[in-house]
Ligand binder design. Structure first.
Ligand SMILES: Nc1ncnc2c1ncn2[C@@H]1O[C@H](COP(=O)(O)OP(=O)(O)OP(=O)(O)O)[C@@H](O)[C@H]1O
Length: 641
């Protein structure tokens, strides 16, 4: 049984379904320790035969037997393993990976062995030393001469300690001195007990080997033995494995570093989209926070105002009664309820000057004590005026009104539904910031006004004080669902507090819309990544072919591109976060100076969201290009110019 046997190999290429036979029945037997030169006219099918032996081409008839076992009908995975373990390729045009150093080029092959990282490196250095390149291990292929490049290729071919070295015109691009050196190396490889099969056009090269096989018209017409094969030294084969995930990831990073400028630009471009989305979310949160802060600096957040749910102006229908109070008081988390009165168009007179206040309200627990700028809250018979309103009586010194009397007139209705004006002289007890209306009295004062005219007083809202800020929304929601006897909703929330949740919803919505618009730039980033990766696939077609020839699996090629996309996503989101933090820092500094509040609030959730979205988008964008790369045919990729 021969080490390698080719049995009746036939191969045709098809053009428009027309078959062009290239190999027409090749029968050959090879042994280890042979240095076989394949000679023949150009276009005679030598490379085609090498691709079949090398496991790059599985579309042929006949059989290839290794140690008596067929490699014809094995799975794609097993064929990858066959190339990894058994075959070492040396090409005419070297086929080194340009973005990897000399050492890394050799290491790619070694990473598919069971050696430890240290052993891999030691073996790579040792092999490069053997081909005379120890001094150059950190150079890149473009920094080497042709002969040196071919020596790297030989070191790489030997890395996984394969039994067969296939060299397709290894000296075709070299001068005579380099040719001599390469031939010596190949001779030594055969002397080590390996099978060296070398395609050549040169008789001089062919004469160097132990055997010459001549091909003509798709068959072998001469098979001449020049010397005996070298004796085979038995040795343990290097354990093989497929390329590890980390090795693939590292290769992706090395490629990114090699194309640093381009990748930085892509990362920058992609980061803009993520930056805008995070910024919009942060700004939305900040603005909402600011609005709430503004509102709650004027009113107590745990108190809500409740009125009857009606559009009617009829005081009876608007009336909030004791039974309403007890109904509200029964709700859980309600600490206290109190009646209040709200009126409009209140006439205020001082001496000859008079003014109409749009809003008058009785003091409630929702009003913050600090809303009184000067003086104190109104006791019975007293009134507090809003500062702007007070200025209508004393423009320069509104606070001087404190302690003075004003006459206030409100309008009620008698039983006949006729308007009745009620007037009373009240002492100004303080001046407020106006957040509670322009005129503020207490409930007893209003009751007295009504009593003086023998009119029935109806409170028209209730203040519900809630035990804890966290329970405000739930209590508000509960109040809104309370039903009247007719099945309609009984109450509505009034005052600034009621606005807060609606306002928050609108702000949130507005910024979600803005974030979505910013998201369009994410789409642009995704398209950019797709384009770049497609370009990268076509630029790296040859590299993909080389990796496949070395035994790298399709899966690994896909991972290589997906890893690059992952890093593009990761790095661009990190850059985006740096940008957002910077912008937030400066914007918040300015905002704090002018409005005393940080207007951009970037939470860690937004950051995580940004990173995750960026990575997902990049990976999705990379799916098609990575898939395309993994499906490339190794022979076509190697032939790609
Ligand atoms: N993918 C392909 N599709 C169609 N025809 C092909 C393909 N690859 C090779 N051929 C044809 O098959 C024939 C043999 O090609 P091959 O490359 O094996 O020859 P060769 O002996 O190695 O030639 P050379 O010495 O010039 O390198 C040529 O006529 C070539 O045009």
């Amino acid at each position: 049984m021969s080490f390698l046997e080719l049995k009746d190999i036939h191969k045709s290429y098809y053009m428009n379904k027309v078959a062009f036979p290239v190999l027409k029945g090749i029968n050959l037997q090879f042994e280890r320790g042979e240095f076989v030169s394949i000679l023949g006219e150009s276009g005679g099918g030598k490379t085609t035969l090498m691709n079949i032996i090398g496991g790059l081409d599985a579309q042929y008839e006949g059989d290839v037997l290794l140690n008596g076992r067929s490699v014809r009908d094995i799975s794609a995975k097993q064929l990858d393993a066959y190339r990894r373990q058994t075959i070492g390729f040396v090409f005419q045009n070297f086929n080194l990976i340009s973005h990897l150093s000399i050492l890394d080029n050799v290491l790619v092959s070694l990473q598919m062995t069971g050696l430890s990282r240290k052993e891999q490196r030691e073996r790579a250095v040792q092999l490069l030393d053997r081909v005379g390149l120890k001094e150059h291990i950190h150079k890149h292929p473009n920094q080497l001469s042709g002969g040196q490049k071919q020596r790297v290729a030989i070191a790489r071919a030997l890395a996984s300690d394969p039994d067969i070295i296939i060299a397709d015109e290894p000296t075709g691009a070299l001068d005579s001195q380099n040719t001599q050196e390469i031939l010596t190396l190949m001779d030594q490889i055969a002397a080590d007990g390996k099978l060296v099969i070398c395609v050549t056009h040169s008789q001089e090269v062919a004469d160097y080997g132990t055997r010459i096989v001549h091909m003509a018209d798709g068959v072998i017409d001469h098979d001449t033995r020049l010397k005996d094969p070298f004796p085979v030294k038995e040795h343990a084969a290097l354990p093989a494995k497929h390329l590890s995930f980390t090795a693939m990831v590292k290769m992706a990073l090395k490629h990114m570093r090699y194309n640093l400028k381009r990748n930085l630009l892509i990362i920058f471009g992609a980061s803009i989209g993520i930056f805008s989305v995070i910024l919009m979310l942060g700004l939305g949160r900040g603005v909402k926070g600011y609005m709430n802060h503004e509102i709650y600096s004027q009113i107590k957040p745990t108190a809500v105002q409740v009125a009857q749910n009606t559009d009617s102006q009829d005081p009876k229908k608007l009336a909030v009664t004791q039974s309403d109070l007890s109904r509200l008081q029964k709700l859980s988390h309600v600490k206290k309820v109190q009646l209040g009165y709200y009126g409009s168009n209140v006439q205020v007179q001082r001496g000859n000057a008079s003014a109409t206040a749009q809003v008058m309200q009785t003091t409630t627990d929702q009003m913050l004590a600090k809303s009184i700028k000067k003086g104190q809250r109104p006791a019975t018979g007293e009134v507090v005026l809003g500062k702007d309103f007070a200025q209508k009586f004393n423009k320069k010194h509104p606070y001087r009104l404190i302690g003075k009397s004003v006459k206030i007139s409100i309008t009620g209705m008698n039983k006949q539904h006729l308007p009745v004006v009620m007037t009373k002289s009240l002492k100004v007890s303080g001046v407020s910031d106006g957040s509670a209306g322009q005129v503020q009295t207490n409930l007893t004062t209003v009751r007295q006004l009504y009593a003086a005219k023998k009119l029935t007083f109806h409170a028209n809202f209730a203040t519900v004080v809630i035990d804890n800020l966290q329970n405000v929304t739930s209590v508000q929601d509960k109040i809104k669902t309370l039903k009247a006897s007719n099945g309609k909703k009984q109450y509505q929330l009034t005052g600034a507090g009621a606005l807060v949740s609606t306002l928050n919803t609108y702000i949130q919505l507005a910024f979600y819309v803005l974030a979505a618009i910013a998201g369009i730039s994410l789409l642009v980033s995704a398209i950019m990544i797709i384009v770049v990766l497609y370009i990268s696939v076509s630029e790296r077609t040859k590299e993909i072919g080389i990796l496949r020839a070395l035994g790298v699996r399709r899966k690994d090629i896909r991972r290589l591109f997906l890893s690059e996309a992952f890093f593009l996503g990761l790095f661009s989101s990190v850059l985006a976060l740096i940008f957002t933090e910077l912008v937030a820092y400066f914007a918040n500094n300015v905002a704090t100076k002018y409005i005393g509040y940080s207007i951009i609030e970037i939470t860690s959730n937004y950051m995580i969201f940004g990173i995750v979205v960026a990575i997902i988008i990049s990976l999705l964008a990379a799916l098609a290009p990575a898939g395309q790369a993994s499906k490339l045919d190794p022979i076509e990729s190697l032939a790609y110019e």
